[in-house]
Design a protein around this ligand. Structure first.
Ligand code: ATP
Ligand code: MG
Length: 605
């Protein structure tokens, strides 16, 4: 029992201290986003000061109005209206300016956050879920924006009301003022105490909301699978469970907020009643003029109201700090390359080689995926990788793309270590046609030009023709401007593949990495895709993860992988001579090919 407490307590203590120095430094980071707009911000601040001043004077004039004689009534009323007019005008500008500044700062923060996130390495994305990141970029930043526009102004106005009000009261009666001041410290302590719990739950609610967003994201992205398995109800209940968690946590936080709020109300009105009782006593004794008591009561009310408001503001600030922590936590993650504006210098890739490469994915560090991989691929040649599913072929493609950089062994291009080459230059010289092609939701044109955004129409059409894609593109009424639907769902698998090939052709890479799709295409599309691939690979250094016999046959070398280890290597002829795995594999495919498509076979082999 006590052990359990010991293990959980220090952790939460460490994380959820009320407003610490670290929190303040978090806020400082946020302010760095306001800095470019500081002139405007200062102007807005000036208007805020005016509204602070007018709010402060309000109880005084109100008090005067209540106790003024018939003669003064008009003048007092005019003053009052003037004050209100000033407050409204200043308030208007204050809000408008703060909104302008905040939205600009927020845009910069969102841009930075997104810009930073896209530059993070693959290892980061394999351990995060898209929905969560989405929610961080959208709602956590919105939380901060709310704070900068409204909460901060309210906080300052409340604070000035408390401090200024007390100062004004001190002129009227020191004795009564001390009476008020005495009740403030207990309020502060209680605020800190409750604030800690309120913040804890606020943060957990935010996390849980992010988790529920993940479900929304993932299920809509994979809606076909959801429907194919008739899992709508199941997904709904999964989502409902998360949402119920949100409710549960929010309600728990609500208890603290409710308790806090009643404490404030009870304590505040109790204190005000006490002040009035005490003040009335002083009036009776002749220590205080009767009309001063009006003013005094009004100030006490306003100050009390502000303290009550501050509590809310404090809770808001806690939330914003929670959001800031997560956002800056993400901004602290190390990027794989510094964002650069200018295109990186071109590099000559030449021949590539790997020597004794061993690799495990960072998310499963204890499972070796590549055990020892060595090859030497001269410029202009083709290396084919074959092997069972899960043997590590796509992993090799990822290493070639430098998606993961933490591996043992050497990886060189033209004899120089690849790790020392600029990552952007490296990737600019490569093209990857992945195993499962996902297109972006725009047009066919946008998808083809993704690797070469300023290609001319003639070049695009040329690439599309070479990729055997032009025929079907031209067949669409809208041609290149045809929308492909979310992630390309409005195209067939073979069409998507040929778009990806056209994209690679247009990029004209020095090194081509091709992860052939395993999904069986019909003979005709397979033939079209194969033709396109042949054109793409011709005379180009290529690493091909091959499933088609024709691709494998033409390769200069073949590596056969099994469970992350190279078990055979050589040319097709060499490997066929041995009675090893490769010969088996070929025999198997041969038999299957004969059965499935008799006349096609002669063409492919
Ligand atoms: P297939 O022919 O089915 O495409 P493959 O040879 O391409 O298979 P890989 O994708 O390279 O296989 O996967 C090799 C091993 O690495 C598998 O056991 C897989 O579970 C594991 N693996 C792949 N991607 C990751 C990842 N991001 N994190 C952790 N493990 C991974
Ligand atoms: Mg694969």
């Amino acid at each position: 029992m006590s052990r359990r407490r010991n293990t959980s307590q220090p952790d939460s203590d460490k994380k959820r201290k009320p407003l610490s120095l670290k929190d303040l430094s978090q806020l400082r980071k946020i302010f760095s986003y306001l800095r470019p707009h500081r002139v405007l911000w200062i102007v807005g601040f000036f208007f805020l000061l005016i509204t602070m001043g007018t709010s402060l004077l309000f109880p005084k004039l109100l008090g005067g109005l209540m106790s003024s004689s018939a003669v003064n009534l008009r003048g007092n009323m005019a003053q009052m209206m003037g004050l209100l007019a000033l407050q409204s005008v200043a308030g208007f500008f204050r809000v408008v300016i703060f909104v302008i500044v905040t939205e600009r700062a927020l845009a910069a923060l969102r841009e930075d956050l997104y810009g930073h996130l896209v530059h993070l390495p693959m290892s980061f994305f394999s351990s995060r879920r898209v929905g969560e990141l989405n929610s961080r970029v959208a709602s956590d930043t919105a939380q901060i924006g709310e704070t900068l526009t409204t909460t901060l102004a309210e906080f300052l106005r409340g604070l000035s009301m408390v401090i200024g009000g007390i100062a004004i009261l001190a002129f009227t009666s020191i004795k009564l003022t001390l009476f008020i001041v005495a009740v403030i410290p207990p309020f502060m302590i209680v605020t800190l105490f409750f604030g800690r719990f309120i913040r804890k739950y606020a943060k957990r609610v935010q996390d849980e909301v992010a988790a529920s967003n993940t479900i929304v994201e993932e299920t809509f992205a994979g809606i076909q699978t959801v429907k194919a398995f008739a899992n709508e109800a199941w997904e709904r209940s999964r989502y409902a469970k998360r949402i119920q968690n949100v409710v549960g946590l929010a309600v728990k936080g609500g208890y603290y907020r409710g308790a806090f709020s009643s404490f404030i109300t009870f304590g505040l009105f109790g204190a005000i009643a006490l002040v009035i009782w005490f003040g009335a006593g002083m009036v009776h004794e002749g220590e205080l003029a009767a009309e001063k008591l009006n003013e005094f009561i009004l100030y006490a009310l306003f100050i009390g109201g502000s303290i009550g408001g501050l509590a809310n503001v404090y809770a808001q600030l806690q939330k914003a700090i929670g959001a800031t922590e997560t956002i800056f936590g993400l901004l602290d993650e190390t990027v794989e390359m510094e964002p650069v504006q200018a295109p990186a210098a071109a590099i000559e890739i030449g021949s590539i080689a790997m020597n004794e490469v061993k690799f495990s994915y960072p998310t499963r560090a204890d499972v070796p995926v590549l055990k020892s991989l060595s090859f030497n691929l001269p410029q202009g040649q083709t290396l084919a990788l074959v092997g069972r599913s899960g043997s590590g072929k796509s992993t090799i493609a990822s290493l070639l793309m430098r998606f993961y950089t933490d591996f043992e062994g050497e990886f060189t291009a033209n004899g120089a270590s690849v790790a020392s080459m600029n990552l952007q230059s490296w990737r600019s010289a490569l093209a990857l046609v992945p195993q499962d092609v996902l297109l972006f939701g725009g047009t066919i044109r946008e998808n083809i030009t993704y690797g070469n955004t300023d290609a001319s129409d003639a070049m695009i059409i040329e690439a599309a023709k070479e990729a055997n894609a032009w025929e079907f593109i031209d067949g669409f009424p809208e041609g290149l401007e045809t929308k492909v639907g979310d992630r390309g769902v409005q195209l067939s698998g073979g069409q998507r593949q040929r778009i990806a090939i056209a994209r690679a052709l247009l990029k004209d890479p020095q090194l081509l990495i091709l992860d052939e799709a395993t999904s069986a295409l019909d003979s005709e599309s397979e033939h079209l895709v194969q033709e396109a691939l042949d054109r793409l690979m011709k005379g180009r250094t290529s690493v091909v993860i091959a499933h088609r016999l024709s691709t494998i046959r033409k390769a200069h070398q073949i590596i056969v992988l099994d469970d992350g280890a190279v078990i055979e290597s050589g040319t097709h002829e060499e490997l066929m001579q041995k009675t090893g795995t490769y010969a088996e594999l070929i025999k198997l495919q041969d038999v299957m090919g004969r059965g499935d498509r008799e006349e096609e076979k002669s063409d492919q082999l």
